[in-house]
Design a protein around this ligand. Structure first.
Ligand SMILES: *Cc1c(COP(=O)(O)O)cnc(C)c1O
Length: 329
């Protein structure tokens, strides 16, 4: 695989299960449906960031670092996974999170604290803007910090999802299925970059269909351009003999509803359908929205019974516990 030469530190339990949902397919009258259970990566309630962190932490350890710093929104799954990765390696972890210290920490914030992370509350700066300052202070105190990028999304992190496609290829061959589409939540772009690069490197021939989670304030093309750059950065890092073009980055921005982290009917219905119908928990911010978007693609006939579709479950389950009011509305 194109990622074989990169430093990697094992953090998760792989392969994650590949599960078919025949009852749901029949109920929807739609495509043959599978789900890739990256909510079961095993690192402190799992999620897609485990795959990226295996390569990012590999890089950090190779560079002799002793502290991880990252950041995001208050309920950032990426930050919780990074805190768990640090704990698993005996490293210190600093998180720059949006908002102010909640009176009663719930969901991922509770887990961040249990995992021993030091949280820096950053108000409306939800994308890790304060990280350079935190890094400077740590260096002055004699630490060797490693900055994990927002969402774990640089070429090194994205390598985790190119490797994930090699894992999927083996499972698909064993199950004798060929996926026409892979659908998933796309937000900082590393998952999509890795899937697109892996799909090309392995010749899987699937349509990689990202469901956009953030609004990008009407500048959708900026997100696609970011993902394209990231995919080409990964191609360079992994010596993949292919330059990607804009046409290879498919991001569906129609389902961003009220914006990042705002639960609407689309998310509520998808979460309830999978929970009560299949016993599978989606999350309120990412997978609920992406699965809801996929249901819409089936309704509008963009995905038909001629297709075999993989929904890549990217995790996020702990955030459910911070969204009770919205989910039961
Ligand atoms: C971060 C995250 C995503 C988005 O992945 P990106 O690589 O940032 O695009 C999707 N789902 C969940 C649950 C996440 O935490």
């Amino acid at each position: 695989m194109i990622t074989n030469d990169l430093p990697r530190h094992r953090l998760g339990f792989f392969p994650t299960p590949l599960q078919e949902l025949p009852r749901l397919s029949a109920r929807l009258g739609g495509p043959r449906l599978f789900i890739k259970r990256d909510d079961q990566t095993g690192l402190a309630t799992g999620g897609n960031k485990t795959r990226k962190l295996e390569f990012l932490v590999g890089d950090a350890l190779a560079k002799g670092c002793d502290t991880l710093i990252t950041g995001g929104a208050m309920q950032s799954n990426h930050s919780r996974q990074t805190a768990a990765a640090a704990a698993a390696c005996g490293m210190e972890c600093h998180l720059a999170l949006g908002g102010a210290a909640p009176r009663e920490p719930g969901g991922n914030v509770l887990l961040d604290l249990l995992l021993g992370a030091k949280i820096h509350w950053c108000g409306d700066r939800t994308k890790g803007e304060d990280i350079p300052e935190i890094a400077k202070t740590l260096i002055a105190a004699g630490r060797r910090p490693y900055v994990v990028p927002y969402g774990g999304s640089n070429a090194i992190g994205a390598a985790g999802f190119a490797a994930a496609l090699a894992e999927l290829k083996e499972q698909a061959e064993a199950a004798d299925v060929r996926f026409s589409h892979i659908v998933f939540a796309s937000s900082s772009g590393g998952t999509q970059a890795g899937l697109v690069a892996g799909n090309e490197a392995l010749g899987l021939g699937a349509t990689i269909h990202g469901i956009g989670i953030d609004k990008w304030e009407g500048k959708t093309e900026d997100f696609a351009a970011t993902v394209l750059d990231l995919t080409n950065d990964l191609a360079d890092l992994a010596h993949l003999d292919h330059r990607f073009s804009a046409a290879e980055i498919r991001i569906d921005q129609r389902f961003t509803g009220g914006g990042y982290g705002i639960v609407g009917d689309l998310e509520r219905e998808a979460i309830r359908l999978l929970a009560a119908g299949e016993g599978i928990l989606l999350d309120p911010v990412y997978t609920g929205r992406a699965f809801g978007g996929m249901l819409e693609l089936i309704r509008e006939g963009a995905l038909t019974s001629a297709d075999t579709v993989l929904f890549w479950h990217t995790g996020g389950t702990p955030a459910l516990f911070a969204y009770a009011r919205d989910l039961l509305a």
